[in-house]
Design a protein. Structure first.
Length: 143
């Protein structure tokens, strides 16, 4: 929804997952947490609904949807948006291999969460995957 309407995903623009040197499907992302503070039958019903396999089916069927379920068993057959489907499959692969980790960059020092990480991404784009070990070692040294 951020791209011009006259541009098409995969033809005019695309994306790639920042690679990992050792865990191909490793991924860092964001998400929401569910917490019940006052347990009751109603709050448990809401919790069960939010964690069910079919939660979000109406959202993912929309062309402009950005909803990705963390539920590994959710039905993704209704996703018509190719960009969302690509993202969902990447997240699902990572979840299935227990390689998905919560980002928490808002908890990082500004110099790491914004500056050095962004620099590493730009360097990877410029130099390519042959330099991934060098780039990640440099990033790790900034912590």
């Amino acid at each position: 929804m951020y791209f011009p309407s006259d541009k098409e995903f995969e033809a005019d623009y695309d994306f790639f997952k920042f690679p990992s040197a050792s865990n191909k499907n490793a991924m860092v992302g964001i998400g929401d947490s569910l917490v019940i503070l006052n347990s009751s039958d109603k709050s448990l019903d809401v919790f069960k609904s939010l964690t069910s396999n079919n939660f979000g089916e109406k959202w993912i069927s929309k062309d402009d949807s950005m909803f990705i379920s963390a539920n590994r068993n959710s039905n993704i057959e209704q996703i018509d948006n190719k960009l969302l489907l690509k993202e969902t499959l990447l997240v699902r692969s990572s979840l299935n291999e227990d390689l998905f980790r919560y980002d928490a960059s808002e908890l990082m020092e500004r110099r790491i969460g914004a500056d050095h990480l962004f620099y590493a991404l730009k360097k990877y784009i410029a130099l390519g995957s042959d330099f991934i070990s060098e780039i990640t070692e440099e990033l790790d040294s900034k912590y």
